[in-house]
Design a protein around this ligand. Sequence first.
Ligand code: ZN
Length: 406
Amino acid sequence: MHPMVKPALRRGWRDLNTVQFGMTPAHAMTLGPMDTATGSFLDLLNGTRGPELLRAEGRRMRLPDGHVDGLITRLARAGLLDDARGGGTAGAELRGRKEVLDRLRPDLASLSLTSSEPGEAMHRLAARRSLRVQVRGAGRVGAVLASLLAGAGVGEVEVRDGGRVEPWDVAPGGLPAEAIGERRDEAARRAVRRAAPARPPRRGPRTPAEEANPGHALVILAPRDDVAVHAPVPSAAEDLVASGTPHLYAGVVEGTGVVGPLVLPGETGCAGCLQEDRADRDPVWPRLVAQWRSGGGRPRPVPACDLALATTVAGLAAAHALAFLDGRSPSSAGARWEVSLPGLTWHARPVWGHPACPCGAADKGKEGHTTSKDGEAHETMALQRPSRTSRRQPDARPAGTWRAHV
Ligand SMILES: [Zn+2]
């Protein structure tokens, strides 16, 4: 290992013997007591030296025996250390393609903030390349979202949609004005290729088994139709629920942007659960949805879709998708994040598993809960959620030496 104090965290001395790593409360940490010599030694932990060389430098600086190894262990335990040569063979391969890695350096640095093990950030970044994601819908939200995923290093981003590019589909980062009149799916695929730092990995022709189950790590439903955003049709995701494929909803309806839910089939609430729950709360919901979907036979005007709101939704949905693809549990699992113009305050609406929905998420929600009332069980679930997404194990930190708060 070539230890490197995470360069993404800015360092500063809080007093003569306490160092603060990072600026923001989400990821900052303080370390103390630390003498000045050890503090200067931190500069040598920049990924250019292996353990032997570091020990030699320690002796030269007259640090006590074992001090260097002790420091490295403590930094690693606190999640402050990365490995400049970590990430396994995939990481080494990516490091060998400098022009590709240079494009992704900010993403790598960002991943280091949410990774605890040295080398883990590179491992996660390199792993994105082997992932296959499908985006259904290539309007202002879908095409931008697909480009963002490709730009962030996801190896295969497929886009599906019908029809031809309309002038109102055009968005910076998504479908360009030159594509007006072209096939929407083809134009979106071109946008994805343009955004990607490298060509997608080569694959042989698909076998019939692969055709039947393409093995998408995630499918994103980003409908251009506003009713489909507000009231997602459960049948549109039937294949995904049946095959256990995680899927995420995103879109704009009127002046509201929606990100979520991220559906983990059988575990978190799906579009069917959402529909059942809404019908429970409002008996006329099905009647209204039927009218919205039929449109009363009138020709549909271009739906409202604020460009900045659509871009925001695409960006946040891509961030949720990447967090999930990187192995985390983003807050859209079992919830719809909504933001409305002009106040633009985000808030989450939970999407609980519903007993009448065949997806089985309601049964999952009850497991492990002794409470009889649904409401209480849900509350417990919500409380447990953040712990599963914890960045660091607090008990991995030696007592008395570290302060987690800044
Ligand atoms: Zn369901």
